[in-house]
Design a protein around this ligand. Sequence first.
Ligand SMILES: Nc1ncnc2c1ncn2[C@@H]1O[C@H](COP(=O)(O)OP(=O)(O)OP(=O)(O)O)[C@@H](O)[C@H]1O
Ligand SMILES: [Zn+2]
Length: 742
Amino acid sequence: MDSHLPHVFAPGARIGVLTTEPVGLLDYLAPEGGVALGQLVVVPLGPRRVMGAVWGPGQGHFDAARLRPVARLIDAQPLTPGMIEFLDRAADYTLTPLPVMLRMALRAPDLDRPPAERRVIHRAGPAPARLTDARAAVLRVIDDHGGAGFAPSELAQLAGVGVSVVRGLVAAGTLVETAAPVDMPFPRLDASLPGKALDADQSAAVQALRAGIRGGAYGTTLLRGVTGSGKTEVYLEAVAETLRQGRQALVLLPEIALSAEFLDRVETRFGARPGEWHSGITRTERRRLWHMAGRGEVGLVVGARSALFLPFRDLGLIVVDEEHDSSYKQDETVYYNARDMAVLRASIEQAQVVLASATPSVESWVNAGSGPGGGKYARLDLRARYGDAELPQMGAIDLREEEMPSGRWISPTLAAAVDQRLGRGEQALLFLNRRGYAPITTCRACGHQVGCDDCDARMVEHRFQKRLVCHQCGATKPVPTACPACGVEGRMAAVGPGVERLGEEVAARFPDARAVVLSSDLFTSARAIKDTIARIAGGEADIIIGTQLVAKGHNFPLLTLVGVIDADLGLQGADLRAAERSFQLMRQVAGRAGRFGGDAGGRRGLALLQTHQPDHPVIRAILSGDDEAFWDAEAAQRRAAQMPPFSRLAGIILSHPDQPVVEAYAAELARRAAPLRQIGAELFGPAPAPIARVRARYRVRMLIRAPRQAPVQAAISAWLAGAPKAPANLRLSVDIDPQSFL
Ligand SMILES: Nc1ncnc2c1ncn2[C@@H]1O[C@H](COP(=O)(O)OP(=O)(O)OP(=O)(O)O)[C@@H](O)[C@H]1O
Ligand SMILES: [Zn+2]
């Protein structure tokens, strides 16, 4: 933002208002009393009234006589100039229309309504004597959210009942309706409470981060530390320093909805809980946090990727924990990577970024390295686990040499290791990154595999739900008893394992063990998963069977064995990140083992990888423990192949219900690619996407590869601006820095 722009506009001045409608920026007249830059307003648009934000002086290309004044101001803190610049630049970078970007930043309920109208429902007494299903559903929602307040209509909607049911429970005294303690500030976090005593690596890292924060300028640091080394402890000290400077901090976590443990740690360190921003919070909380971020009345926000678009008043620190995690990339509506947008936002706000990981992305590794392309980020290392906990010992189980009857996936060697832990009262985790019962349902008579009607995907049997489920579109159907292709009865068979089936095998082999299957689809709420994780940590299970849900960040003190059922699962993909992803996932899941050292009564953990390819470079790298060599080799390969971060990629995804229509249009686009060639970019495709049909739409992809410094966004804009009009119902998305190539 140019610093000479006025920050207040006099009454009647011509101003530019960015609306949340597709028309985007329009000129209006500043209202009586004037208006500040960034002020949220309601403006007339034709017969309607729409929301917008004052984005700067008017553009001028609009007849002054026809200008209309702003209808009214919204009672919220104006967006800061930094926020405006961030949204502008994020829109440019991701090639997202600016109004869509603004809508993302205003994603808090009822922003344009005065707060006085808010009424909320809380639990007040015991369940009524007459407890209908509808009433029980309401109480379940309220109890699942641990006492949070709901608007009556929101509560009814979440419970899938009419508002009258909620009113009935209020009348019965089970619930109470009160005026909402509207948008209360969050309790102050007390940074002066003592932190933990730090070891040498931790202290050195904290010193460096503190210095950066005190400097008050932009900087990004890769905080690399093996699992259990205390990265969290270190960045909490960076949060403390930020709070002491009077600025706000944001910690992004993958799977935040599940991270009860993290919130407890914040409370222990700072005496109060942070603001939370993720899909599991209520509308009331969402609205409150949005306003408090803008007023500077929440010191620390812990959130999912979209928390990056909160209107912080003065953001001094952004931590991206598990920075390599693919959930930071949003692959719909707005295609953005929260890690990269965090760096952008921090550079505008003069803030510090901490990227924390035991297994950084190759991009961050290169940026923080001393090799070609490096030097952009600082790097700090925590080299050992905290205290006397040791990293787990790693081993491979060569499945070619194990006796594996069909329908069994736990090798005798792994089973023996599990038995040993059971005998010692320790826990074992069996990891299989596949939800459901079996990935394939096939007919033994004709070989037909049951697929989704609308997608090019097999349907996955979920025995717990008694349905086949498409993991692309979510469609379900009953498991057929007769083959849908040849009609033969009784020959349908489940092929391959999912976690549910592995659960069956565990029950049969270890009948006395308490086993629990952890997979997101087996739980009805985030809270239910959280509770189960807490119970596991408390020792209420002997064998945990889980998908990647268990790989992330949990501390299970009794867990000393991790068995990876199929270490080959992720190795095959043609994806440029297949090796990297497998490596990260297996390192992370292995890192759950033996996190508590001798004085906690624990032993050194063991991680066993079942594989048919013990000599595969990724498996060898994991076994050897030489992570640096692995990343250096990955980076060298990317460089040789001119792949990111040594070049830039953009994906173009087109879809349409008719295959010839989308193919013809894509071919036409490809013929007109001169603006891309002008910047030295190459265009690959169009080609059918690897999943060529999703939700009954045919999908075609193109891939653009450009030199690192080339203005790829501008070239794509010019290219698409010169394209012929798209056929009706065609969808085109641009994915800058794609993570998924499906
Ligand atoms: N300085 C310290 N004093 C006391 N306990 C510590 C210290 N540092 C770390 N710990 C403890 O060691 C365990 C691991 O630390 P932490 O969770 O911060 O590691 P991490 O590197 O973030 O782990 P991961 O990457 O596996 O999530 C935790 O139980 C933590 O409380
Ligand atoms: Zn489908």
